[in-house]
Design a protein around this ligand. Structure first.
Ligand SMILES: C[S@@+](CC[C@H](N)C(=O)[O-])C[C@H]1O[C@@H](n2cnc3c(N)ncnc32)[C@H](O)[C@@H]1O
Ligand code: SF4
Length: 361
């Protein structure tokens, strides 16, 4: 019987062939946005099955993960990353799937560190105790850990892998011990699932954040991919999160750290630190979006909500020189006009978009 495969990976549109030569000038897309941020998905695999990202009933039943030969090698990723940095990329985030499942990840970190971009990692924290020190030694600058609830039953239900809270907290502590300051803690808020935990999480990270500087960030539940059955009424708008937290611990708005910062900052008026809110559903930030995404198998995606990628791997493995790669990447960016979150409707939410675990969150 043929293997059943669901369309979690989009078909790739390829890159424009032949791409017009890149002239070395400033790179801007059709809306004038520069490219500053690169996300590299290093694996499409994960040991969690978060209900909003890789629902078990879909992924375990009929998803075929990428075979090793299909995924980019560290050398291929590093070569491409060097070209992106040449275009003005200032920040590289390693993500996935769960990036720490990729064997020898610190090796990749050590290969990317000399490029000089701000090098960061998003992880579910499940194996950080084992890897934090090696990541720091390899040159990783910053870490973000996802933790959706401090309540045991809620967290286990959300990761759907029966994974305990304490192990993630141990991972965060190990990161701090290894020298990562200001770990960011991501909490996706889904109505009726973990929204009762909003104030508890704020309280916990306010108290344990004092001194460590860890920063809790609440993320609106998004309609990425097509498997999570997203519904608008399950989104808790950031404004509601801020109101709920503020009722318990008064908050005031804080200035962004830099222009175009995705998380909106709110500071506790008693000086106990700050929280961030990421409102990609209720307050789209497409206007400032400067992210390029490189999928696990080497396709470029110009938007988290893309339906199609641009295959770079074929070029890479077909013997392309650096100038060919530059031409191709520049052509993709210059053609970019994505502003999905600004034009989202109930109808667009049901489009067949690429899954976040594949494209890299
Ligand atoms: C796809 S994960 C990959 C990295 C790693 N496995 C982790 O969980 O941190 C990156 C981030 O995307 C978030 N995420 C995944 N699906 C989401 C959704 N539907 N809406 C909002 N955030 C989502 C996760 O909570 C996580 O913080
Ligand atoms: S959010 Fe991260 S940990 Fe959860 S299923 Fe997706 S990739 Fe895995």
């Amino acid at each position: 019987m043929p293997e059943k495969v669901i369309p979690i990976r989009s078909s790739s549109g390829g890159v424009p062939q032949p791409a017009p030569p890149y002239d070395g000038g400033p790179l801007a897309d059709t809306l004038g946005r520069p490219m500053r941020d690169l996300r590299i998905s290093v694996t499409d695999r994960c040991n969690f099955r978060c209900v909003y990202c890789m629902p078990r009933e879909v992924f375990d039943a009929n998803y075929r993960f990428l075979p090793h030969e299909a995924i980019l090698s560290f050398e291929e990723m590093t070569r491409l990353a060097g070209i992106f940095v040449g275009f003005g990329v200032k920040k590289i985030r390693l993500t996935g799937g769960e990036p720490l499942l990729r064997k020898d990840l610190p090796k990749l970190v050590a290969m990317l560190a000399p490029l000089g971009a701000d090098l960061t990692l998003t992880t579910n924290g499940s194996t950080l105790v084992k890897h934090a020190r090696a990541l720091k030694d390899a040159g990783l600058d910053r870490i973000t850990v996802s933790l959706d609830s401090l309540d045991e039953a809620t967290f286990r239900a959300m990761n759907d892998a029966d994974f305990p809270v304490a192990k993630v907290l141990d991972g965060i502590a190990a990161a701090a011990d290894a020298g990562f300051t200001q770990v960011k803690i991501n909490m996706v808020v889904k109505r009726g699932v973990n929204d009762h935990q909003v104030v508890d999480a704020a309280r916990y990270w306010r108290e344990s954040g004092r001194g460590s500087g860890h920063i809790l960030r609440f993320i609106e539940y998004m309609d990425v991919g097509s498997t999570n059955g997203w519904r608008m009424d399950e989104v808790i708008p950031s404004a509601e999160v801020v109101r709920r937290v503020s009722e318990a611990f008064p908050l005031e708005p804080a200035e962004p750290n830099y222009a175009g910062e995705v998380a909106e900052r709110w500071r506790y008026t008693d000086g106990a630190g700050e929280i961030g809110v990421i409102s990609s559903v209720t307050q789209a930030f497409c206007r400032d979006c400067n992210r390029m995404r490189l999928s696990t198998e080497g396709s470029l995606y110009t938007c988290l909500f893309a339906q199609q990628g641009h295959d770079l791997k074929a070029l890479l493995r077909g013997g392309a020189g650096d100038q060919d790669l530059r031409d191709a990447i520049a052509a993709v960016w210059r053609a970019r006009g994505d502003r999905y979150s600004e034009i989202r409707t109930a109808a667009t939410a049901t489009l067949r978009k690429v899954e976040m675990s594949y494209i890299g969150g």
